[in-house]
Design a protein around this ligand. Structure first.
Ligand code: PMP
Length: 387
């Protein structure tokens, strides 16, 4: 059955098509295609070409500790952090990875002690990013082992704790939760950008992970970076990359450098449309619409966020996370299943070490999919309210 876009939802170029009610809307992955609309507006500003003779060498800068890091990418990463004010880059080494996913593995390798009889415990407070347990235990390393929810961790001795702030899946600003004094911390700051949350101060931790996937939306380029204070840790992370992939694609690095450069320019040059203002306004509108649908619902409730002062925009901002953490108030025990029955694919709270009464929903889909999602959510509520 097909139906035109409901009148409550404004028609944009993307959503004038007919909705096929049988199509499953996939909001399981955080695929950041929402950003296509901004980049389309930027036209050929980010175009980049390579001649056949370029980028042949494995090396990008043999003098750098991270010898495969393109100097231009390092420069643009540092410039963007300085423009946004979300991280201290001085006194930190930059290590580039094939997405921050590879850097998560590199950090685990580099931070694990090698002189222990047992693998070091790796924890994160639930609900935690569902990849942490998968990545930690995938190859059954003898160096590290997943030990579950950080709030229940009571073992003596060293441990590694992932702190994801703002958190995936629930968007909450986080601090370490384990009380031990032998914690080795990895700060995953994939979402510490102004479109998602207020930039309250520049982050300055020992190991910080970032990714273009969630900053600019270019997940397909597979570029992430780590800011690492300790030289030996940075060296070991670089070694991990050398053993697993002998570096990171130069084409991807140079494209990412170009895109990060355009974002910085857009913040400084008033003739350009500011990337963060554009995406903040997009996220704000989406969250307003979603909250409107869920408001007064007998069935659903959403995570709430405080208003915080953002040093980047010099204004107060309420978080508008990349994921909605939707909770079921009713008797339904399996929210993922309930929504799947209405052709909305989400990810169960169970996968984040949490309650199956919760699901994570991507807020970064195209407008068309987002609007269908809202429409379907409204219809579920209509059914349960007896309307
Ligand atoms: N960390 C967090 C918290 C994430 O949500 C993601 C992507 N979902 C990643 C790391 C990995 O991102 P990528 O490998 O695309 O850089």
């Amino acid at each position: 059955k097909c139906s035109p876009v409901p009148s409550a939802i404004p028609e944009t170029r993307e959503n004038v098509t007919l909705i096929n009610w049988d199509t499953l809307i996939n909001l399981d992955q955080g695929d950041p295609v929402m950003y296509e609309s901004y980049w389309r507006k930027m036209g050929n500003r980010c175009d980049i070409t390579f001649s056949g003779y370029q980028s042949l060498s494995y090396f990008a800068n043999a003098k750098n500790l991270c010898w495969f890091l393109e100097p231009k990418l390092e420069e643009e990463i540092k410039r963007l952090h300085n423009v946004v004010g979300n991280a201290i880059v001085d006194d930190h080494y930059v290590v580039v990875g094939t997405g921050s996913s590879q850097l998560i593995q590199a950090a685990l390798y580099a931070l694990s002690p090698t002189d222990q009889p047992e693998p070091i415990s790796v924890v994160s407070a639930a609900p935690f990013y569902s990849s942490y347990p998968e990545v930690t235990d995938f190859v059954r390393s003898g160096l590290y082992k997943w030990a579950g929810d950080a709030r229940n961790f009571e073992k003596d001795g060293p441990y590694i704790e992932f702190i994801t702030s703002p958190n995936n899946p629930d968007g909450v600003t986080r601090e370490p939760v384990v009380n031990g004094d032998q914690g080795i911390l990895i700060h995953d700051l994939a979402y510490y950008w102004p479109q998602y949350t207020a930039i309250t101060s520049p982050a300055k931790y020992d190991v910080m992970l970032f990714t273009v996937s969630k900053c600019t939306g270019h997940a397909g380029s597979r570029i992430g970076w780590a800011l690492v204070r300790d030289k030996e840790v940075a060296r070991k992370m670089t070694k991990f990359m050398e053993i697993s992939t002998i570096g990171v694609s130069k084409e991807a690095q140079l494209r990412a450098a170009k895109i990060l450069g355009v974002i910085s320019d857009s913040c400084l040059d008033p003739t350009l449309e500011n990337f963060f203002e554009y995406s903040q306004s997009h996220m704000t509108k989406r969250w307003q619409k979603l909250r409107e649908v869920v408001k007064g619902s007998d069935l659903f409730t959403l995570q709430k966020y405080p208003l915080q002062y953002c040093h980047f925009t010099r204004d107060f901002y309420e978080s508008h996370p990349a994921f909605a953490w939707l909770m079921c108030k009713g008797s339904e025990d399996d929210l993922e299943k309930l929504l799947k029955g209405h052709k909305i694919q989400t990810r169960s709270g169970r996968k984040f070490g949490s309650d199956p009464k919760c699901v994570r929903i991507s807020m970064l889909s195209r407008d068309e999919d987002f609007n269908i999602f809202l429409q379907r959510l409204m219809s579920i509520q209509g059914l349960t309210n007896g309307n």
